[in-house]
Design a protein around this ligand. Structure first.
Ligand code: 2AL
Length: 164
């Protein structure tokens, strides 16, 4: 969608246009409320500033829309197709890598009580596995911040693709 069109939509429809970026309704509403944006840099800067306010509740809310790394994303909805695109590297993963990722995901969920989240776009499967293993050593606070940073990166990439 063109930025000019996004600027002009009624608020409810503008929110629908960006809701696949992240499952945090108040972030969607806040971004829509500060329209119009002069250019996409201004849009992304505001989106980034709003996303830097996220804490634990936002992380929990958003994770519902993010399938595990390496898991087949079957859905026909927009989030599922975005995830498939972001995780293309895992489609070339061999059995050993998929198995290691699955074990890592289980260890992460047992340790932190939520799904391992990472910006997949631009990373190979090996890089994501290495990050998973590194982050397993984090304390709770450090890991929450890393996960929130990754969520913000995924959200901004999705927004960049949504509005030009
Ligand atoms: C994802 C996803 O679906 N896209 C992405 O960049 N990361 N999932 C995840 N668990 O990190």
């Amino acid at each position: 969608m063109e930025l000019a069109a996004f600027n002009q939509l009624p608020a409810d429809r503008a929110q629908v246009a960006i809701r696949h970026c992240v499952a945090i309704p108040h972030w969607q509403q806040s971004l829509v409320a500060v329209r119009p944006f002069a250019n996409t840099d201004a849009l992304l800067a505001t989106a980034d500033a709003l996303a830097r306010q996220w804490q634990q509740p936002e992380l929990e809310s958003a994770l519902s829309a993010h399938p595990r790394i390496g898991e087949r994303v079957n859905g026909a909805d927009k989030e599922a197709s975005l995830s498939r695109g972001e995780q293309t590297a895992m489609q070339q993963a061999d059995h050993a890598l998929l198995q290691a990722m699955q074990q890592g995901n289980q260890a992460y969920e047992a340790r932190f009580g939520r799904v391992f989240l990472i910006r997949a776009k631009g990373r190979s499967g090996e890089q994501m596995l290495a990050e998973l293993q590194r982050r397993l050593q984090n304390d709770d606070q450090t890991e929450q911040q890393e996960a929130l940073d990754q969520l913000r990166e995924i959200t901004l990439l999705r927004l960049e693709e949504t509005i030009q």
